[in-house]
Write a protein that binds this ligand. Structure first.
Ligand SMILES: Nc1nc2c(c(=O)[nH]1)N[C@H]1C(S)=C(S)[C@@H](COP(=O)(O)O)O[C@H]1N2
Ligand SMILES: [Mo]
Length: 201
């Protein structure tokens, strides 16, 4: 059964099972962000793993594109209540980043940082084992700037605000420090299936 294009109020069973509570299905790909698209030049783009302020490993765009690649396909869920099924992404898994850096995660938490100064926190356990990647391609093409290209974090099992667009690095933190939205009332973890939208949910 195809569920594509369905926008009615009572989704069929197969759709309902894939929709977390309070979400509706859309075929669109809405654009949501705190400010204008940052200007990013691939000649100066870099991606850096840090522990606090200390850089652990940095890649240029060419170096990053030489890393082993991975694909993920599935559903994404935004806290503004839209869900989109069967999205297709390609990039470098968090596991591959750590392996290429020759390190193990130095702490249990990190903040993803965007070129627009956006930040969001994600536990390391939610990125390892293929659960998170730095994506460069969506639907077989380079990610459009509006959706976070050239590279964005993808943590699809959490609300989509955790998937930082225009990502410039991951900063390991000793404690679970809130990022931009988490400091403004959004949930520290953000599990769509437990409807963890806001602090206290
Ligand atoms: N760098 C950055 N990443 C970001 C944001 C942002 O403002 N800046 N917004 C977040 C929010 S709130 C959402 S819902 C998703 C939206 O991603 P999209 O525009 O590709 O749908 O990006 C997230 N990642
Ligand atoms: Mo969002």
């Amino acid at each position: 059964m195809s569920t594509r294009g369905f926008t009615g109020r009572k989704p069929p069973e197969a759709t309902r099972e894939r929709l977390p509570p309070g979400q509706y299905l859309t075929d669109d790909f809405p654009v949501l962000q705190i400010g204008p698209n940052p200007r990013i030049d691939l000649a100066t783009w870099s991606f850096t793993l840090r522990e606090g302020s200390r850089p652990l490993k940095s890649w240029t765009w060419d170096e990053f594109n030489a890393l082993p690649r991975t694909r993920w396909g599935g559903d994404i869920h935004c806290v503004t209540k839209w869900s989109k099924f069967d999205t297709a992404w390609e990039g470098v898994s968090f596991d591959a980043l750590l392996a290429a850096a020759g390190i193990e995660a130095p702490t249990e938490f990190l903040l993803a940082e965007g070129y627009d100064d956006y930040t969001t926190n994600v536990p390391v356990t939610d990125l390892v084992g293929g659960k998170g990647m730095v994506a460069t391609h969506y639907d077989g093409k380079p990610i459009p700037t509006d959706h976070g290209g050239p590279a964005r974090l993808l943590v699809p099992h959490l609300y989509f605000w955790k998937s930082a667009k225009w990502v410039k690095g991951l900063r390991f933190t000793k404690r679970d420090e809130g990022g931009f939205w988490e400091m403004r009332g959004y949930h520290m973890y953000g599990d769509p299936w437990r409807e963890q939208r806001f602090t206290g949910d």
